[in-house]
Design a protein around this ligand. Structure first.
Ligand code: E4P
Length: 212
């Protein structure tokens, strides 16, 4: 399983990258807005830190296929590692179909059922991003969606990769790994939570005392 970091904060990206955990980055309009920086400037800086797929999303106000295509080409031009993130809509899929034929990598986002994922794959998406945390938030087990998409993609040898998104806890990561997700995109806070264990802390403290 591969890990991406789900943030537009360059300090968090640097820390995760230095630990050797991540091989890519995902952002979304909310994460970019949180940083209060220009979209292109942040994405460009991220490409200097991580040498792997970097997802940058088209503006939420760009909804027509021809506009999505135009904006996607501009985003893709920033760096060869750029993956253009596009929400699943009819226009979005039309754009993905055109862009994939041009060799532009896409990440179809806001996936909440397996048929959306299957259609995105058929349109030529490089990645699909099912959001498990947001499903859990409405009392619907998000992990079932990852399991379903994994099984469907396996059944038909679909090469589109599944980015398990909207990860909220270390448990989500273990569940996604068991469910066959290709990638988990993880907020920095959850990366920290994954590393920690109370018994590790107790063990370190005991070794420290004994070695004194
Ligand atoms: C990543 O691709 C998604 O935009 C992100 O994981 C959404 O996470 P959230 O549901 O915690 O906002």
């Amino acid at each position: 399983m591969k890990f991406f970091i789900d943030t537009a904060n360059v300090e968090e990206i640097k820390k995760a990258n230095e630990m050797g955990i991540i091989c890519g980055v995902t952002t979304n309009p909310s994460l970019i807005a949180k940083e209060g920086r220009d979209f292109k400037e942040v994405i460009k800086e991220i490409t200097t830190i991580v040498d792997g797929p970097i997802s940058g999303e088209v503006k939420a106000t760009t909804t027509k296929a021809e506009d999505i295509i135009k904006e996607a080409r501009e985003i893709a031009n920033i760096n060869p590692n750029i993956v253009v993130k596009i929400p699943i809509t009819a226009d979005g899929l039309k754009a993905v179909n055109v862009l994939s034929k041009e060799g532009i990598k896409t990440n179809v986002t806001l996936i909440f059922n397996s048929t959306q994922a299957l259609f995105a794959a058929k349109a030529g998406a490089t990645y699909v991003s099912p959001f498990l945390g947001r499903l859990d938030d409405i009392a619907t087990p998000g992990i079932n969606l990852i399991e379903e998409i994994s099984e469907i993609f396996r059944n038909y040898d679909i090469s589109t990769e599944i980015i398990c998104a909207s990860i909220r806890s270390p448990l989500h990561i273990a569940q996604c790994a068991l469910a066959g997700g290709d990638i988990a995109t993880v907020p920095y806070k959850v990366i920290e939570q994954c590393i920690k264990h109370p018994l590790t802390d107790i063990g370190i403290e005991k070794f420290r005392k004994d070695s004194e």
